[in-house]
Structures are given as structure tokens and as C-alpha cells.
Write a protein that binds this ligand. Structure first.
Ligand code: TMP
Ligand code: ZN
Length: 415
């Protein structure tokens, strides 16, 4: 189901590779464990009653002392995670506003309108850009989501991003390549970059959107640590990865989405465009070393303990607690707190694919949002905290009826 990762995927730091049968001294080159949540279920393994679960795997972050890349100690088989994928790109107002932000950023860099999206999910972004005059095509490994995109008339291929698919798409000469929240899901970064190199012309702009390790550490967002996120990217680590390639960091823009992300633009090294000053600015002020992780670890375990106590106390006092948003982050919280149905009656979610399933690793059912509207529990933990303002506005009646929201970040807050 998974394999151990012992060598840094950005800079190669780790024990030397030796041929079978050759005896070597034990190496002291080791990635250092900085955060450990024990054995956990896969965060999007929402399964119906009687359905088979994919299994459990260690959830442990290791830090590379050489390039500062934080990465999980194991890599779960990608087909287990992605062939039938239950995460669907949000169609919320927050997300549409975000698309508008990235479209503006892209258009400051290029007037090109041929756009390739890597990790195109159900095609929502492709459609959005298509409606704004872009010629769009996409690649995504999830067969179920590609089917949906094709039904919407989009040009997509069901495949992992690699040199084989790049060879096929090369004649389409994309001028904009967009990879939102996929890069940190990838194990073999060298293959990913080599494939990008094949489709990247001198004027192509590659836009990689990733959660930023700086935000993760600063805001204590430990619930974004799950098996799909194999790396927690710093600009320093990305620079180490790109050092011996034809691509370079051109510009870095911070974004609000998903609790803090980076929009990293890459260009070919032989482009005639000068790198933007933001690229070096980020490099110079990054703090994502061992000390920052130590503080993060203490804070995360403090928050887990605080939510456990809060919910236990509420239950003892006869109050009812539910979850709002069966995000992958909810799976991390629920399992880190060891919650089950005795703690949370249910988690509500708008995603059709998640309905009538159970929160991975537990017996907590995922129910329709209409259940929440009629039920009026005492407390709702907002596990989709990245959309909280939108949810709060939508669910005004909950607060009016005396219900209280529990917000997990930056510190646990009851509203
Ligand atoms: P995400 O943060 O990983 O995108 O997950 C957010 C989850 O929350 C996703 O499963 C959809 C769900 N959700 C709701 O149930 N209601 C909402 O209003 C929003 C915005 C999201
Ligand atoms: Zn490294």
C-alpha cells in the first residue's frame, strides 16, 4: 500500500544508493522526523457501508536538513489515492473569486490563451477559463472525474502527468500551464519537471499553486498534513529541485485560498524575461527549519487536546456536536482527536460523492446539508474553515437558533 521515503525528493539528501551485495557503513545522512500523528486512514477514503477501505498508513513528516523540504515518511500508492477521487474542486464563490485572482496574475505575464491544466479534476476551472476566451485542455488521473469533464464537452485525458503524456500534448504548444494543488501530491518530482520541460516553450508560463509551508507553520494548520500531501513546499526546496533543470522560478505570489497558498510561476532558463523580485524575496525570508517545526508540533498537539476536551465536556453536558464540511482536513482532525459517533453525530457536506459514506477510520456518517438545516445541533465544528465566511453567511439560521460555530484555526475559537 505504501513505501518508505528515505531520500529527499528535492535535493537527493539521504543515504547513498549502493548496489546489491556491497557492504556499506551505516549512513548518518537521515531525514529528521519533526511531526508525527501515528497511523492514520487515507483522508479522502470516504466509503459506503460494507465498502472496502484502502487502509491505514503512518502519517509522519520528515525534514531535509540540506534544502528544508518537509516530506512524509511514506508514499502511498498513487492509484489507491487518485484513480477514483472523491475530492471535487469547490464551485463556491470563494473559489470563483480565486480563479479571477489567478487569471489576472497570468494575464500580467502573457497574452497567450492556450491553457493546459495538470490535475484538471472535474473540469470546473477549464470550463471557467474556456468561458473567458481560453482554449483549454486538461490531464487528470481520476477516471471518474475525467468522465464528468468529458460529459461537459471538455478536452481531457485520464493520466498521471509524465513524459509519455507530455509527448502527446507537445503539439498543442500550451502558453499557460496550470497545476493547482497537484505538485505536492507528486512523489517523483524529477519526472514531473522533465515532462513540464517537454511542453514548455520560451514564452510559456508554468503556474504551480501549492499550499505554503510558511502558512502551515505560522498558522498551525496541521490538518493539511495528510497522505496525499507528500511534500510541504518551501521556495528554497523548489530552488534546489530546479537547480539542474531547464526551468527556474520566475515569480512568487502569496494567495489566501485553502488557508494560505503560493502561486509560483516558472519559466525556461533561456527565456528573455527577467525574474521577478518576489522570487528572491521569498527565498531570503523563509523560516521553515527544525525550530519552526518544533513549535508547530507543540501547537498542533495542544489544539488536538483542546478540541478533545471541548467536545468531551459538551457531550457530558448533554450538548450535541456535529462537523460541517467533510474535507480531508476533517479526517485528520477526527482521527487525531479519536472522535467517533459518540462525539460527533455526523458531518455534513455538499459533495454528492461523499453522501452516505463514513468519515474515514470512523463510524461518523456524512449527511446532506439539509439535515444540518433542520437539525439545529448545539455546536458545529467548521472543518471547511477555509470557506467559513461563506458558510456562515449561508447558514445564518444556525446561529440565530442559538447554534455555535467552532473554528479550528489559528486557535480554536467558539463563535
Ligand atoms: P476543501 O477545503 O478540501 O476544498 O474541502 C471543503 C469541503 O467542504 C468539501 O468536501 C465541500 C464542503 N463544503 C460544504 O459542505 N459546504 C460549503 O459551503 C463549502 C464551501 C464546502
Ligand atoms: Zn532536500
Amino acid at each position: 500500500m505504501y513505501r518508505a521515503l528515505i531520500r529527499c525528493r528535492a535535493c537527493g539528501y539521504g543515504p547513498p544508493i549502493v548496489a546489491d551485495g556491497i557492504k556499506v557503513e551505516k549512513s548518518s545522512l537521515r531525514l529528521k522526523t519533526v511531526f508525527d500523528l501515528g497511523i492514520q486512514p487515507l483522508a479522502n477514503d470516504f466509503t459506503k457501508e460494507g465498502g472496502e477501505h484502502a487502509g491505514f498508513a503512518p502519517l509522519k513528516v520528515q525534514l531535509c536538513p540540506q534544502c528544508s523540504l518537509a516530506q512524509l515518511s511514506v508514499v502511498v500508492r498513487p492509484d489507491l489515492l487518485y484513480h477514483h477521487y472523491r475530492y471535487v474542486t469547490s464551485q463556491s464563490e470563494t473559489m470563483k473569486a480565486h480563479f479571477e485572482t489567478i487569471r489576472r496574475l497570468i494575464e500580467t505575464e502573457t497574452s497567450g490563451r492556450r491553457l493546459l491544466e495538470i490535475g484538471s479534476n472535474d473540469g470546473f476551472l477549464l470550463q471557467w477559463f474556456g468561458e473567458r476566451g481560453y482554449q483549454v485542455f486538461g490531464v487528470d488521473p481520476a477516471e471518474n472525474l475525467c468522465k464528468k469533464a468529458k460529459e461537459a464537452g471538455l478536452n481531457v485525458r485520464a493520466a498521471f502527468w509524465d513524459r509519455r503524456i507530455a509527448e502527446e500534448l507537445k503539439p498543442k504548444l500550451p502558453q499557460v500551464i496550470l497545476a493547482r494543488h497537484v505538485f505536492c501530491h507528486i512523489d517523483d518530482w524529477r519526472e514531473f519537471v522533465l515532462a513540464l520541460d517537454m511542453v514548455c516553450g520560451r514564452d510559456t508560463i508554468i503556474c504551480i499553486e501549492v499550499p505554503y509551508v510558511g502558512d502551515l507553520l505560522r498558522k498551525g494548520e496541521f490538518d493539511t498534513v495528510y497522505h496525499e500531501h507528500t511534500s510541504y513546499l518551501s521556495i528554497k526546496a523548489l530552488a534546489a529541485l530546479l537547480k539542474d533543470t531547464n526551468l527556474a522560478i520566475h515569480r512568487v505570489e502569496p494567495l489566501e485560498i485553502h488557508g494560505g497558498a503560493l502561486f509560483i510561476m516558472l519559466r525556461r532558463k533561456d527565456t528573455d524575461r527577467y525574474p521577478h523580485k518576489t522570487a528572491s524575496q521569498f527565498l531570503n525570508r523563509e523560516e521553515c527549519g527544525e525550530e519552526a517545526w518544533r513549535e508547530f508540533d507543540i501547537r498542533a498537539h495542544g489544539k488536538i487536546g483542546a478540541l478533545q476536551s471541548f467536545v468531551n465536556c459538551a457531550r457530558t453536558n448533554g450538548k450535541r456536536v456535529v462537523g460541517y464540511g467533510a474535507s480531508a482536513k476533517s479526517t485528520v482532525w477526527v482521527n487525531a482527536c479519536q472522535f467517533d459517533r459518540r462525539h460527533l453525530d455526523y458531518i455534513t457536506d455538499t459533495t454528492a460523492e461523499k453522501l452516505y459514506t463514513f468519515s474515514p477510520g470512523t463510524d461518523i456518517p456524512i449527511v446532506h446539508v439539509s439535515t444540518f438545516a433542520t437539525d439545529q445541533p448545539d455546536y458545529a465544528i467548521c472543518f471547511a474553515w477555509n470557506f467559513f465566511e461563506e458558510i456562515r453567511a449561508k447558514e445564518k439560521l444556525f446561529a440565530k437558533g442559538g447554534g455555535k460555530w467552532i473554528i479550528p484555526h489559528p486557535e480554536i475559537k467558539v463563535i
